[in-house]
Design a protein around this ligand. Structure first.
Ligand code: ATP
Length: 190
């Protein structure tokens, strides 16, 4: 599939952990379809502010789990503040930014639709629709697994949300399943 991306604006990748958002974007960098500097990755901003991109909170006792969850929440909140400021700056400069985060909740997507409107730039959604089975297999094989429970929760939320995304105000939406994603490439300036 041909993904046509305008010369300026925001491109939101949408998909659960392990759907392959970062892998796809890095492949596009290798193919010189996009620049590395055009990617805003929530994992990288978490690393930047907190030296880690994930804190496992679900495999602990309820008390420990609560403390770790709060730590992860704070880490994410600091990371997103910084990332969103960078995205706004890039919009002001009429640059294109590919946002690499799950964007599973409608308020997470709404935030970027409002930023795009504020700066009068287009916003595109690229939805990675990958089976739960594949997400779980990839998770068990990755260096820092997110955990079965978390992946299942994300998949359920994704299944519910993907039906309503088309009504949210994106200028263009691309739906990619596993096969389409394997053959997808990005066309610029469209
Ligand atoms: P997260 O939201 O957790 O950052 P993500 O959607 O960005 O996840 P990636 O980081 O790209 O996903 O990939 C997660 C794992 O899945 C990695 O181990 C990666 O190698 C594997 N993976 C991603 N895409 C594919 C693919 N097309 N085929 C096989 N494995 C893949």
């Amino acid at each position: 599939m041909n993904i046509k991306i305008p010369n300026a604006g925001i491109v939101l990748l949408i998909g659960p952990s392990n759907s392959g958002k970062s892998t796809f974007l890095l492949k596009m960098v290798d193919e010189r379809s996009i620049l590395k500097s055009e990617i805003a990755s929530s994992d990288e901003y978490r690393q930047m502010v907190g030296d880690t991109d994930f804190i496992h909170w679900q495999q602990h006792s309820p008390d420990e789990s609560e403390v770790l969850f709060q730590q992860y929440h704070q880490l994410s909140s600091e990371a997103f503040q910084l990332m969103d400021a960078a995205i706004e700056a890039r919009c002001r400069l009429n640059k294109t930014t590919f946002v690499d985060a799950t964007h599973l909740r409608d308020e997470d997507r709404k935030k970027y639709i409002l930023i795009a409107q504020k700066f009068h730039v287009p916003i595109t959604a690229v939805i990675l629709d990958i089976s739960e089975e594949t997400l779980l297999t990839r998770d068990s094989e990755r260096d820092q697994p997110r955990g079965k429970k978390r992946i299942k929760q994300q998949f359920q939320l994704f299944k519910k949300e993907k039906r309503t995304i088309k009504k949210e105000g994106f200028n263009k939406i691309y739906y990619l399943n596993e096969e389409a994603l394997d053959h997808a490439f990005i066309e610029r300036g469209k």
